[in-house]
Design a protein. Sequence first.
Lengths: 190, 341
Amino acid sequence: MQWFLLILVVVVAFWLVGAYNGLIALKNQTINAWKQIDVQLKRRHDLIPNLVSTVKGSMEFEKETLQAVVDARSKAMAGGGVKETAAAEGALSGALGKLFVVMEQYPDLKSSQNVRDLQEELSSTENKIAFARQLYNDVATKYNTKQQQFPTNLVAGLAKAQVAELWEIEDQAERAVPQVDLSLKPKPQA
Amino acid sequence: MSETVNLFEQQAKNRRQTAMWIVLFVLFFAWLGFGGDAALYFGSIDQYGQPHYTVPWIGIVVTAIAAIVVWNSWRRGPKQVLWSVGAVELTNPGTLEEKQLLNVVEEMAIAAGLPRPKVYLVNDPDPNAFATGHGPETASIAVTSGLVQALNREELQGVVGHEMAHIRNLDVRLMTMIAALVGVIVMLSDGMGRMFRGGGGRGVGALLGGRGRKSGGAGMIALVLLVLWIITLILAPFITRLMAMAVSRNREYLADATSGELTRNPAALASALEKIESAEAPTASIKRSTAHLCIADPLGRKANLKEGRLADLFGTHPPMPKRIIRLKGMAFQQAKTAAEP
């Protein structure tokens, strides 16, 4: 009987350590995934002034579109929680998308090497944000599920686990933003 | 949840299989060495029943060499693979396409949550790609210049996602090891074959015939051993290649599916595969022993197009139409779930 109790205690202790460490690992992964998004967002903020100054001269008639991008950028740089950041960055994506659509109407802009490079950099950063968000949401969902599921939820308090907010696209307007294809190669025949 | 479990299972499986290949490789060489020793031992028994050949030198030396080869393949395998196809690391992107390639690789690394692998270019007009390395930290992705030319951004993403899946599952470790070891076995078998066809065989035969005649039993054993030994040498490259093909084939479907999960755009990989398939020409710079590493068979063998038992045995890759259909099915599923509110 004593042996049985001893074994039980050991098993429970091992489980406790394992569950606790598992939660901590997931927590750090979630934080890291968030940092990844942050890096890319920062990169986009840095690229925008470059783009604006490059196209400003050729786009005299599109002052509002450019101004919208600049405003959205400064709003996005203010930061905040997951929800606010998501909304501000979503608006910035929308403004950039509109700018790219307008730019399509300026052939001399489109053919400029500098602009093409900038466009590639920006669309790549856009993709990186999307993929980083995808990774963050996956990891955060895993973390949330783990800390809510029985029996891991028993150690959730011990590990100071809190439900991580997912990066959701709240804005209906942003969902409606047309998909801008920035690839400079011919489309496949679908 | 199930996805992570699968990932760990897949990684564990690849670790096990890499170990198995190493053990089999060393055992194969031990058999070659000690088998030869045994043949010599039984062949050297004279009419008084006294063996003249007692220390199995060949076995010891050959096994030691095999161990060194394994160690060397492990350490330098990825570099050798890249070197053998003439891949050049892309550090300073010049053209827009090269910048795009680097960006796409970085994007997929972010999607997979891995460090960015090194990117190599192979100067070959046929579209193809492969990944190599020991694991995510030391991995490299190589693509041909033809691939960069032929695919658009989304399709390139699909292909790079496929390679990223191989890296994440640790397929690269197993496949690179196999490439190195199969290369050694093929080389050895070719070399030995040439030696036997020359004059080497006659000497052994004379040795066996001369001494073995007096004591028939031992001579017979020596002869049987020798025949078995030669058969192993002839069949080894064939069998190891078949094994390499089987290993590669199963992993292609999985990597295709993972790519679709990473990009959330399986249709792009499907159209990339269609383009790679229609290019048809063999990838000249990629040799037979590295064929199983690539996204599409670089040799353009017919077996990979057919279905059924025989093709299942001889193709390094599953039939392209099957892969494309599976990816399109995935795309349909994703579109359906996305459309639901």
